[in-house]
Design a protein around this ligand. Structure first.
Ligand SMILES: [Zn+2]
Length: 80
């Protein structure tokens, strides 16, 4: 899942989210391979939210906080 022109910090965040979901799933759901259906959906949802931030809110470097951290307070900027 790579998107041309994606900012490195989002690639990094994407990888971190994947890592966290995989660890959680392995500890709690014991899937045979990769992620269980539930966590796969969770991961897809998280990625969709991230994509919304990347493509609908192209922040200038001055406000470089990750969307996931600012989503609650940023309101409409990242809510879609
Ligand atoms: Zn799982």
């Amino acid at each position: 899942m790579t998107i041309a022109g994606e900012k490195p910090r989002f690639t990094r965040e994407r990888r971190t989210v994947r890592f966290m979901v995989e660890i959680f799933c392995r500890d709690h759901h014991h899937p045979t391979t990769g992620l269980c259906e539930q966590c796969d959906g969770l991961y897809a949802y998280a990625m969709a939210r991230l994509d919304n931030c990347v493509f609908k809110d192209d922040k200038p470097p001055a406000s470089s906080a990750p969307c996931t951290a600012t989503r609650r307070t940023a309101g409409p900027r990242c809510a879609r």
